[in-house]
Design a protein. Structure first.
Length: 342
């Protein structure tokens, strides 16, 4: 029988990759792992249970209709993280303000978590892959005090770990603690995440571009030109490329991680900063991309170097295979040299 490495075994084996106290990483990740399993169970039931499907009737801070499963996933993540007592606060797409734990041991937690508990939620009721994205930072304030905004507004360069869960044809947990990227597939028959994708590397280049082309008219000139470049015929560079857009960032990103490709959500006329959120979408995926040999930028600046100013801040995103992101950057710079330098 081939030896299978479970997520728990892997964490124990790789404690040395985590520059902080033994046990902390394992407790943090086991909270996320547990929540992932519970959310996975509910995601797979969606459609069977009337109660879960459909909008919950309220809107999240971004003014988007919130699905019931979003609320459910948010609560599961919060409860699991709170119970492990390593985390003193949580910032979530679903909560306008960050949550600071002020009771029990959690106030002594040395970490904060930022998350999009259920990304791609407009895809829930149509049976299309969705995901969870998370970032983990060391807190800036003293343990024993309530977490403050400055604990959350840290640049991606200061991350201690980040990852995502994709609820797809199978459920996978992909994460990095800054020493490469590893992917674990949930074996639902035994309820265990098993190492299935060790040391993931994103191909240097690829043939897939992912963008919501419905917004084409509103894109910056450089993006329009890059799209045309992707569509041109050229035998040497194997163009035209293929266009694939699921509308779930985690799923589009994950596919490109494995096959090679670029995902873009640029600024548009109506959304000058794009749609995606810096703290719990762009930064964690940029960390994973870079750890796998890829690249992520807002078009002008490396995502991980951006100093965040707001919990729910949006930035444009160009992420994926290194050479493809660099090509897109070159088109942006050529079309708008002033913006590229600013
Ligand atoms: P969400 O967090 O509310 O689900 O929004 C994020 C999602 C991404 O998963 C996806 O890539 C993008 O929004 C799709 O947006 P659009 O429909 O504008 O193309
Ligand atoms: Mg979401």
């Amino acid at each position: 029988m081939t030896k299978v490495t479970t997520l728990s075994e892997f964490i124990v084996e790789r404690q040395a990759d985590f520059p902080f106290a033994k046990g902390e990483l394992s407790r943090l990740l086991s909270a996320i792992r547990l929540a992932a399993k519970v959310v996975n169970r509910e995601v797979n039931k969606a459609g069977l249970v009337d109660d879960i499907l459909g909008a919950a009737g309220n809107e999240n801070v971004q003014g988007e209709a919130q699905q019931k499963l979003d609320v459910y996933a948010n609560n599961q993540m919060i409860n699991a993280l709170k119970a492990q007592q390593e985390v003193c606060g949580i910032g979530s797409e679903e909560n306008e303000d960050f949550i600071a734990f002020d009771q029990g041991e959690a106030i002594w937690g040395k970490y904060v978590v930022l998350m999009d508990p259920l990304d791609g939620s407009s895809n829930i009721d149509v049976n299309v892959s969705i995901g969870t994205i998370f970032s983990i930072y060391r807190r800036k304030t003293k343990p024993g005090t309530k977490a403050e905004l400055k604990d959350f507004l840290q640049p991606g360069l200061d991350l201690v770990a980040a990852g995502y869960i994709i609820y797809g044809s199978s459920t996978m947990l992909v994460f990095s603690t800054g020493n490469g990227v590893n992917g674990f597939t949930l074996d639902t028959s035994i309820g265990v995440f098993c190492l299935s994708h060790p040391n993931m590397r994103i191909p240097k280049t690829g043939r897939i571009y992912s963008i919501n082309e419905g917004n084409y008219k509103q894109f910056p000139e450089g993006v329009k030109r890059y799209i045309k470049y992707c569509q041109e015929e050229d035998a040497e560079t194997d163009r035209p490329y293929t266009s694939r857009y699921i509308g779930s960032l985690v799923a589009d990103f994950h596919r490109n991680m494995i096959k090679g490709g670029i995902y873009m959500y640029p600024s548009t006329g109506t959304n000058p900063n794009g749609k995606l959120r810096l703290m719990y979408e762009n930064i964690p995926l940029a960390f994973i991309a870079e750890q796998a040999g890829g690249k992520a930028t807002n078009g002008k600046q490396r995502i991980l170097e951006i100093q965040p100013e707001d919990l729910h801040q949006r930035t444009p995103l160009f992420i994926g295979s290194k050479e493809m992101v660099e090509k897109a950057e070159a088109f942006l710079a050529e079309a708008d040299p002033v913006a590229a330098k600013s």
